[in-house]
Design a protein. Structure first.
Length: 381
């Protein structure tokens, strides 16, 4: 334990390894842990990499800014309208006067990754603009909230039928990323948004990395794979562990491993474990087996996204129901008219608290995690 304390104290104190902290950002960013993706060096030989080229030049969109729908330490998010097509988008504006050089580079890295992605289970990027004051990032406006927001909104855990649907979408998004040699590195309920038809989309690529070798520790402690926390070789299999942790989050409406008083406590506690987070007992055998395939402490034993899509827990959901059977994808949570919005905070009776709420609420599309910090469900650091 003494070695663990010394190791983490060194992280927080060393002059050449900075931890950038942003209010409500939810994630840690620090240059240490080795990333192995290039040439399938993380063992994902069956999911060959597709080369990532230079950022494509998006068609310029003329847009008009609308209402403020969220804000964070480095910027604000507005609804906006494409004045040529009339479609509604979201624009994330980063205030250049409040962001350090390294964090700004991380925002640009996020843009570079997003610009290469086109998939129904990934939030779409439409372009960016930069002037003397702001970096403006145009993104798909999704009419639902994040999984984490939804559970808070409805004060409810998710049923297995909903989890089956959501996990299928998440796996399709992850398979697409991993096929391109990209590690998301911050899979959790707050970074998965759901549209009004129940389609999940991966969001917030501030921690993501393209196929290359590097030294970094990024993500959110409760969802981090053990090899990430312990500064060992990490790769696409680390996203699979985080997926398993996200399923536990959906089942319990709590962060995996529970809640901690501080980020240091979270790292020390989790790094001392040689097992997966506690798994609820009252779930099906198929889901237990699925979680077991995701949460192998030895990353070499974890199933890849391609194989997980063929697991009985997923396959049985995707089978068409026979005549007279109900479709499990018709879940009740979307039957009522929802006022949840990707960027809009849930309704607050006292309007005077609106701005205070926007400052405190974690929003996956507002807070890009490259500037980083730690988060659990009760404490923002």
């Amino acid at each position: 334990m003494g070695q663990q304390i010394s190791r983490f104290c060194k992280y927080f104190r060393s002059k050449d390894s900075k931890v950038y902290q942003q209010q409500n950002s939810g994630s840690l960013s620090q240059h240490r842990s080795k990333i192995l993706v290039q040439n399938n060096s993380d063992g994902y030989g069956s999911e060959s990499e597709q080369p990532i080229h230079h950022v494509r030049q998006s068609k310029t969109i003329k847009w008009k800014k609308g209402e403020l729908i969220g804000q964070g330490s480095f910027g604000r998010v507005f609804k906006c309208m494409d004045i040529n097509s009339g479609r509604i988008l979201a624009v994330k504006q980063i205030a250049l006067g409040y962001v350090d050089k390294e964090s700004l580079e991380s925002f640009r890295q996020e843009i570079q990754i997003l610009s290469q992605l086109k998939h129904k289970n990934i939030v779409e990027y439409y372009g960016c603009e930069e002037d003397d004051k702001n970096l403006s990032i145009l993104l798909e406006f999704v009419g639902g909230g994040s999984i984490a927001q939804m559970m808070r909104k409805f004060k409810s855990k998710l049923s297995e039928s909903i989890i089956q649907k959501y996990v299928t979408d998440i796996l399709h998004g992850l398979f697409y990323l991993h096929h391109k040699g990209i590690i998301h590195r911050d899979i959790k309920g707050a970074n998965i948004i759901v549209d009004t038809k129940g389609v999940c989309k991966l969001a917030d690529f501030g921690c993501s990395i393209i196929g290359q070798s590097a030294y970094s520790l990024k993500g959110t402690p409760n969802w981090m794979a053990p090899e990430v926390i312990n500064q060992q070789e990490t790769g696409r299999y680390s996203d699979i562990w985080s997926l398993g942790c996200t399923i536990i989050e959906m089942l319990t409406s709590e962060p995996p491993w529970g809640k901690f008083q501080s980020p240091m406590q979270a790292l020390l506690t989790i790094s001392s474990k040689q097992c997966s987070p506690p798994i609820p007992n009252n779930i099906s055998d198929q889901l237990k087996d699925f979680l077991n395939k995701c949460l192998q402490f030895d990353h070499k034993k974890r199933w890849q996204a391609r194989k997980l899509l063929k697991h009985p827990f997923i396959i049985n959901f995707n089978k068409k129901p026979s005549k007279g059977e109900s479709n499990p994808s018709q879940f009740k949570v979307f039957e009522e008219k929802s006022d949840i919005n990707l960027f809009v905070a849930p309704h607050i009776d006292d309007p005077r608290k609106d701005l205070e709420y926007l400052d405190k609420e974690q929003n996956p599309m507002i807070f890009s995690v490259q500037s980083s910090g730690f988060h659990d469900e009760n404490h923002n650091f």
